[in-house]
Each structure stands twice: as structure tokens, then as C-alpha cells.
Design a protein around this ligand. Sequence first.
Ligand code: ADP
Length: 159
Amino acid sequence: MKRIAIYPGSFDPITNGHLDILHRALKLFDEVIILVAVAAEKKTLFTLAERVEMIKEATKNIPNVHVDATKGLTIRYAKDQGAVALVRGLRAVSDFEYEFKLAAGNSFVDPNIEIVFFMARSEYSFLSSSTLKELFQQGVDIAALVPRSVVTALKKKLQ
Ligand code: ADP
């Protein structure tokens, strides 16, 4: 049976930190679905369609990756797809509390789907979508931190 994992997040926008987690997840799972979760309380710079498009562009040459979006619960989406796991990344200790609670909530809804955490690689341990946007707005060269299409998208959006 194909082992499918879901990698959910806001991806506003996708960074090389996200892509690193994706590549590592692909070593363990046959297929990874990147799921752009629509969180009503989160204000994003990019629209849902833009975020999905950027991810598709960034992953078009990586086999066994699909991109989708949901307004519903990630864990329910995972079950509907027959996924065995949710994939998340952990950066500093500060990520832990949030992820711990999120994982507990997800397990409450469906304890059969495992939540798998990957430790951020040291070179990306500071990198979040918000830090990236901040650095870009301050004129820092972000080319090493995101796929090229994201640099273009940021320029279009913010300059
Ligand atoms: P969310 O809004 O769900 O936190 P994000 O798009 O910010 O969505 O992140 C999705 C997942 O990827 C989260 O588990 C986050 O911790 C992880 N992640 C984001 N950036 C990195 C990074 N640089 N290294 C490792 N994991 C990361």
C-alpha cells in the first residue's frame, strides 16, 4: 500500500526550509501532499491561489508531490486521502509548545494518523515565512532562502 503523508501549513510563501522538510519526508513516504490550510484568523500576504501556484512551481520537478488546499480540518483531509501521517517541522523550542498542542488536538480528532516531526536543518533554523518577508522588505538578499519564483512573486507583491 502507498504510504501517503500530508504536509500542512500556511506557506505564505513557501521557503527552502519548507522544501527541505518536504525532501526529507519523501525519504520516508511514497507520496507527500502539501496542503495549504486556510486559517480564517491568519492574515496572509499571498492569496490562497497564489500560495498554491508558488508551491506547484517550486515542486514541479519533484516526483510524488501533490499540492492541494482545504478549508476544513487537516486531520480529516488526511483521513479522506488515506494518509498515514502528518508532517511538521520544528525549529526552536518556541515551536514546540504550539506544535505539541496542535498534535494533541489532531490526535484527539483521529489518533490513527501519526504526526511526524523533522528538526530544522541548522541553516534554515531561523527561517520562517514572516522572517523572510521582513528580510525582503528590509532589502536583504533572500535568493538563498526561497525558490526563484518566490523572489519574483515577492518583488511583484511588495515593490
Ligand atoms: P503554519 O502556519 O501551519 O505554522 P507554516 O507555513 O509557517 O505553517 O509552516 C508549516 C510547517 O513547516 C510548520 O510545522 C513549521 O514549523 C515548518 N517549518 C517552517 N519553516 C521551517 C524551517 N525553516 N525549517 C523547518 N521547518 C519549518
